[in-house]
Design a protein around this ligand. Structure first.
Ligand code: SF4
Ligand code: SF4
Length: 382
């Protein structure tokens, strides 16, 4: 993973958007104050020998405004310099301004945003004018030299248009990061848009084919991550690693949670930044013990799986969301993970065991065939 320690800062759960499958916005949410940033800095100061990534997430984090980021980024950079902080932000970009873009450029903050495909499809899933407003913000960010990548959420509706969506990303020249619509612990109809594990698995194999066959035309971050997992035999993103104890999220009022996805649920509060709790005591909280219980559960439930070292049972939140919070199984996307990990492993093995091209074709020099091996080589070279 990029950095082993990850702190998500959630300045508010408020959001001006109305995406149909979003469970993490709350109109009545408070806004984080700069006092809480001071408390976060005090809390993390004793950490040693850690590199820390800070991700601003929401709700919509740009609601916090330019003054918040100008001060927060300066304080974290200066007062936690020994943690070599790196930053990221996940935003719908609607509220991007030149002033904000200048601040993010100064601190090299890469931006993650969300577009689900062509305009009509995106606006169908995310609400009228989402696409136009997001692109207007993108233009401002791009004009200031900011790196912007788009998450593309696939729902049980949009997956039927996967070819159109992939072609759209190719045309734009954008790197794709995909996200399956997930069930939630919040909301009244939490499965309405959910992509089934079987559909998700088939989608990943389709995207693997696209990445292998058109390496110069489209880059799909998830496929890169999955290939890296198999090649290095270690999880390269949080879903495929033990996130407990190395990832924390700070809510608008300073409460500490295991991840942004638990924000606003009192039973998942681990502590408060004002008390500067040690990491060990956060993991001794009720919520911390529930996260560690998932890790132990995976050690048993997945012990016979060939992919356990680089899958680790998937995401603990996904595992408990369908059962109202009780731990009854691993991440239900296990079916999808097995499907794609088997596919990558099987193809790699077949390619390695195939006779060398030189023995198959004499004298005729052929250009390299598309292969998972070539894709992995490209990922590693880059
Ligand atoms: S709970 Fe899931 S999304 Fe959150 S850090 Fe862990 S693996 Fe990632
Ligand atoms: S693929 Fe399924 S069984 Fe294997 S480690 Fe992942 S969640 Fe467990």
């Amino acid at each position: 993973m990029k950095n082993p320690f990850h702190v998500m800062i959630i300045p508010t759960l408020g959001c001006p958007g109305r995406c149909k499958y979003c469970w993490s916005s709350d109109e009545k949410s408070p806004r984080m104050t700069l006092d809480t940033i001071d408390e976060i800095v005090r809390w993390l100061k004793p950490l040693r020998d850690q590199r820390v990534t800070f991700t601003f997430h929401g709700g919509e984090p740009l609601l916090a405004g330019a003054e918040f980021y100008r001060t927060a980024l300066r304080k974290i950079s200066e007062e936690l310099a020994h943690l070599t902080p790196e930053f990221a932000i996940q935003t719908n970009l609607w509220l991007m301004t030149d002033e904000l873009a200048e601040i993010f450029a100064e601190y090299h903050v890469p931006i993650g945003s969300s577009i689900d495909g062509p305009k009509e499809l995106t606006n169908y899933q995310r609400g009228n004018e989402y696409f136009e407003r997001c692109l207007a913000g993108y233009k401002i960010a791009a004009d200031h030299g900011l790196l912007v990548r788009f998450i593309c959420t696939f729902t049980n509706s949009s997956v039927k248009q996967k070819e159109e969506i992939v072609n759209f990303f190719k045309e734009q020249g954008w790197v794709m990061k995909l996200h399956p619509a997930l069930p939630s612990l919040k909301g009244e109809n939490p499965n309405a848009w959910t992509l089934s594990p079987e559909e998700y698995g088939e989608l990943l194999v389709y995207l693997l084919d696209e990445a292998v066959e058109h390496p110069g035309e489209i880059e799909i971050m998830n496929i890169n991550d999955l290939c890296r997992c198999v090649f290095t035999r270690a999880g390269s993103v949080c879903t495929y690693a033990d996130c407990m104890g190395t990832t924390f999220a700070i809510g608008p009022d300073g409460e500490i949670y295991p991840c942004y996805r638990f924000i606003g649920m009192p039973e998942w509060v681990m502590g408060h930044v004002r008390d500067a709790p040690r990491i060990e005591s956060l993991m001794e909280s009720h919520a911390g013990k529930r996260m560690l219980a998932f890790k132990e559960f995976v050690d048993t439930a997945c012990k016979d799986c060939a992919h356990i070292s680089y899958c680790r049972g998937g995401c603990p939140y996904n595992a408990i969301a369908p059962t109202g919070g009780s731990l009854e199984g691993v991440d239900p996307h296990c079916t999808a993970y097995k499907r794609i990990f088997d596919e990558i492993t099987g193809r790699l093995n077949a390619e390695m065991n195939a006779p060398p091209a030189a023995m198959r074709v004499s004298r005729v020099k052929r250009k390299q065939q598309p292969s998972v091996t070539a894709l992995i080589k490209k990922i590693i070279d880059e």
